[in-house]
Ligand binder design. Sequence first.
Ligand SMILES: Cc1cc2nc3c(=O)[nH]c(=O)nc-3n(C[C@H](O)[C@H](O)[C@H](O)COP(=O)(O)O)c2cc1C
Length: 183
Amino acid sequence: MFTWLQSTKIRVTYTLLKGACVQVNSVIILFSYHHKNTEKIAEVIAKVIGSEIKTPAQTDPSSLANFDLVGFGSGVYYNKFGKELLEVLEKIPQVTGKKAFIFGTSGRGGNGAAKFHRSLKEKLQSKGFTVVGEFHCPGFDTWGPFKIVGGANKGRPNADDLKQAKTFAQSLQKNEPSVLYIE
Ligand SMILES: Cc1cc2nc3c(=O)[nH]c(=O)nc-3n(C[C@H](O)[C@H](O)[C@H](O)COP(=O)(O)O)c2cc1C
């Protein structure tokens, strides 16, 4: 007999499932060497979406087609994302029905970073990926002249940047497109 207890159980299960975020099969390819600024962002995102972080050297480009969602993260060096990361991207075979997201840190940070993202985004789209999210924030920078003054963007990414990275990752998890360029 269908009891009151059973119907309550079904209702509770339905509510829990409705609010739940589906964990997708994901991986993050990360290039971060200057102050490991981008690595801090990668760790926050990886924790939320449950993905492994790999360096370009650890990545077999043809294996990326096995993932539903692939994250590409890097610092900006001479107006570009890391060469090693871009090289992996060049070698990825054409994919269908796969999603990607981009994240990075730079001395410039914020909206000034849009142009760094654009070329990577276009490349991903040409490979067949749908780009579902972008995140960028300032990173501590002691390159060139900034070294003399003790560096720019001291302490970045800071606690607030990491909080925003978490929000970004939660959007990815909920399958909600999100673009966050932080000043
Ligand atoms: C060799 C070098 C070149 C850089 N070139 C740029 C640049 O062109 N534009 C910029 O905004 N930041 C530039 N930066 C600053 C880095 O993008 C910034 O510090 C970033 O957070 C480094 O990320 P990472 O610690 O993950 O490697 C450069 C840093 C280095 C070391």
